[in-house]
Design a protein around this ligand. Sequence first.
Ligand code: BGC
Length: 716
Amino acid sequence: MNMINKYSFALALCMGILFYTKAQSQVSLATEAKINNIIKKMTLAEKIEMLHGNALFSSGGVKRLGIPELTCDDGPLGVREEVLRFDWKSANWTTDSATFLPNGSAIAATWNPAMAHKYGVVLGEEANARKKIVMLSPAFNICRMPLCGRTYEYYSEDPFLNAQLAVQAVKGIQSQHVAACIKHYAVNNQELNRNSVNAIVDERALREIYLPAFKAAVQQGNAYSIMSAYNKVNGYWCAENDFLLNKILKKEWGFKGVVISDWGGVHHTVASAKNGLDIEMGSSGPYDSWYFAKPLLDSVKAGLVSEKLINDKVHRILWLMYQTSMSANHPKGSIATAAHGKAAYSIASESIVLLKNDKNLLPLKINSIKSIAVIGDNATRTFALGGFGAGVKAKYEVTALAGIRSRFGKSADVKFAQGYNASFPDQKNSQITNTKPDAALIDEAVALAKKCDVAVLCIGSNREYETEGADRLDLSLPFGEQALVNAVTAANPNTIIVLMAGAPYDLNEIKRINHTIVWSWFNGTEAGNALADVLTGAINPSGKLPFTFPASLHDSPAFATNTYPEENLMANYKEGILVGYRWYDTKKIEPLYCFGYGLSYTTFTYEKLNVQKTGDKQATVKFTLKNTGNAAGAEVVQLYVKQQKPLVERPDKELKAFQKVYLKAGESKEITLKLNKEAFAYYSEKQNSWIADAGKYDVLIGSSSRDIRASSNISL
Ligand code: BGC
């Protein structure tokens, strides 16, 4: 750039910043005036109408003033099918078939914020097509406990990874003038007794582990709404938790948006009104008698709640509306388009994790394979719906069998055997599965496997077994799957195990006896195509585990500290900040598969690591990443920081930066990662602030949390 160009570029940048800042404040001043004007015209009763549900998925508007109802819908797997206004039954629409998007842990396994953004844009566009203003998504509670029934909806055990993804998911949704409702705030880490459990968490763990993604989604993602969780935190219901809602969210983080309760998660009128809740939602009427309906009106009249506080709540809702339902140029949206299917495909294709490929059986050589036995109930099962939680009426969902047939069907004979029976002996309890292998189905599968060149065994769980409202009872594979695995593996030396699930399972035996293991998820509308493309090598797998797979359930923090199930409805988070790999690494416990793990069809080297201090408590980390194999591929470079001689308890190491890098075979690239004060800091309860102590810190870069390829250090 010559001098003139340099100056004009700098000038343009300054003007851009000025214009941007000015435009933002102008918009907000104008909006502010409009909002205040509307509030002045409203009666108290009209204001109260806006603060509670008037149907399953809407809260009141004020017709006379042109304020629409606030409509919402679940998330996170896609826009939920239309249910009746006052009943959870389907409204039987024919226009609400949607794109089934990969589940939360699948998005997290991409380790690619651009994929979270893509997810958000699709969700936002489809929400608009369905005229929904608030999407109850994304959900990103920390995966503290591997059995949690909603692990599949959530992202990760790591707050940094969670935060990067949450911010982009929110930005994606809101780019379409649809409000994201980030959930469930906070510490909703188990489904067992979720409506009554009291999570006891120290403030340091709250600040370092459980809150960072919410903070980032608010401050960097500008989330317009947030859902308070069902549980209590440190003695107070989340829907009336002054510390979480008023002190941290609204005051400290400057949240301007709306706090919406989880459905039926409110317990008191005055406490919720004063302690930060804005809208009460729930599942059944009569709506007028809800805490935030007539009782709230009465409380204001009785002087127990001020009208000023009510105005603040209405202000927040109108602020949200001006950026969504009442925004200028509101996009029309579109639903279940080919482009959305393509987006779902790219997310799925980046999320699949190659756990083992010891014989280099993968990618399969299409030309030399004449017959494939596809075995397992999950090969033909769809995952868009099922269980208690929100699902999607998918326009289409490509199963594993359909995907494999579409990729291999021309050159190979693809046959299917069910292998196991995914049933539940007690229809009312989907946690108790049929564990008895089905001998006849196994015999049939073995006979098929013996005849074929390759067996692809599709097992794992399903949406009935992993579900909202309940936790799994243990980590074991359901439906007698292990016996099927053992029999098919013995019958065919080229057996590939494909697992479809959203949370960790006990894969000890599979890891011991099988050479080829692929992990897929509840991977959306295009799941089967993405999986088949990984098997052919059209996609080089680049997914990495977003949580640890423990070797034994008893190694995991909640079990090792004996705090799950909780005692007397108190879940004491005794492990503090040592959640996920922070626990396993610090306590030197070998996991089955570690956080950040995942193989590729190619190999990468990390060279020339250089760590430079670039300011006060800031560093720039550079290194060269080279694809040393024969295939193009993507590596997730992970940077962990470890303080050498901490004065306070610190985890063995913590993820502080990562990047997904795409390289052609033989290509290399210089990677730059930046670390700021936050990368070195811990939260001091004594000083009520983040502290980065002076001292030496190791900077570790690698391919997983336990595959560190180079390290250096820096003194602060
Ligand atoms: C869930 C929320 C969901 C709401 C509405 C609740 O049971 O916890 O995540 O958004 O229902 O369906």
